[in-house]
Design a protein around this ligand. Structure first.
Ligand code: PEP
Length: 252
C-alpha cells in the first residue's frame, strides 16, 4: 500500500511575526523540488492568518494550528475554537501533543472533544501520543500506546479516521536530542497499525499516516523515513530553520 509522505513542522511558542513570515517565505521558495511531499507548518495562533495568506494555496503545502478549544464558542476567555480556525482557512490542528498533556494536564476526554470539533469544522487532525521514558524502561510502552490510542480513537468512525493522521512521539525523544532508533520507530509504528486494525479494519490501518516525532533532524531523518511504517515526521526544533526543515523534507 503506498501512502503519501508528510513532513510537519511544529513551531511551538517561537518566532515573532517577522521571523514567522521569513521562515514561511524561505520554506516556500525552497520547496519547489519537493512538491510531491506534503508539508504542513504549525505557527503560533497569532501568525496563522498571515502565514496562510503567504502560502496562498500552494499545492501540497498546508498550515495548521497547534491546538484548538474543546468548546464550540462562548465565554471561554483565551480559547481559540475550531470554527475560528476554519474561518481563516486553516487546514490542520495538532491535538494531544505531549506538552499539552504534561504541562497543561490535558486529558483524553478533552482530546476527544477537540478532535470532534476539529473534524466537524473540516479541519484535519494530527493526533500525537507517546510513552514516557519510565514507561519504556519498564517495558510498558506498547500497553501505554495502545491505551492512548484506543481511549481516544474508539470515539470515532472509520470515516473520521480518514482525516486523522497519527504522530508517534516518544516523550523521552522530544526536544532532548535523543531520537528513537529506526528499529524502535518501525516496531512502534507497526504496532500502531495493528492497534488500528483491531479497532477499525486492516484497510484503515494500511491507509492511515503515522508520523514519527522526537529530535528528528537532517542527519537522522533518512534512516527513520526509510522504515516501511513511518510515513514522515513531526518536527519541532529543526522546523525553525528553513534549511533544516527542507533538508528533512528532502530526506525521502
Ligand atoms: C515535537 O515537539 O513535536 C517535536 C518532535 O520536537 P523536537 O523535534 O524538537 O524533538
Amino acid at each position: 500500500m503506498s501512502r503519501k509522505k508528510i513532513v510537519a513542522g511544529n513551531w511551538k511558542m517561537n518566532t515573532s511575526l517577522k521571523e514567522a513570515m521569513l521562515l514561511t517565505q524561505q520554506i516556500l521558495e525552497n520547496s519547489a523540488s519537493t512538491s510531491l511531499i506534503e508539508k504542513i507548518i504549525f505557527p503560533p495562533f497569532t501568525f496563522l492568518t498571515e502565514v496562510i495568506k503567504t502560502i496562498n494555496n500552494t499545492p501540497n503545502f498546508f498550515v495548521g494550528a497547534q491546538n484548538c478549544s474543546q468548546y464550540l464558542n462562548g465565554a471561554f476567555t483565551g480559547e481559540v475554537s475550531a470554527l475560528m480556525l476554519q474561518s481563516i482557512n486553516c487546514n490542520y490542528v495538532l491535538i494531544g501533543h505531549s506538552e499539552r498533556r504534561n504541562y497543561f494536564n490535558e486529558t483524553n476526554e478533552q482530546f476527544i472533544l477537540k478532535i470532534k470539533n476539529a473534524l466537524h469544522n473540516n479541519l484535519k487532525v494530527i493526533f500525537c501520543f507517546g510513552e514516557q521514558l519510565a514507561e519504556r524502561k519498564q517495558n510498558l510502552h506498547y500497553e501505554t500506546i495502545k491505551l492512548q490510542l484506543s481511549e481516544v480513537l474508539s470515539h470515532f468512525t472509520e470515516i473520521d479516521l480518514l482525516n486523522i493522521t497519527l504522530a508517534y512521539e516518544p516523550v523521552w525523544a522530544i526536544g532532548t536530542g535523543e531520537t528513537a532508533s529506526p528499529n524502535q520507530a518501525q516496531e512502534m509504528h507497526a504496532f500502531v497499525r495493528k492497534v488500528i486494525a483491531n479497532l477499525f479494519s486492516q484497510k484503515i490501518a494500511d491507509a492511515i499516516y503515522i508520523l514519527y516525532g522526537g529530535s528528528c533532524n537532517p542527519q537522522n531523518a533518512k534512516q527513520l523515513f526509510v522504515c516501511p511504517d513511518v510515513d514522515g515526521g513531526l518536527i519541532g526544533g529543526a522546523s525553525l530553520k528553513a534549511n533544516d526543515f527542507i533538508a528533512i523534507v528532502n530526506s525521502f
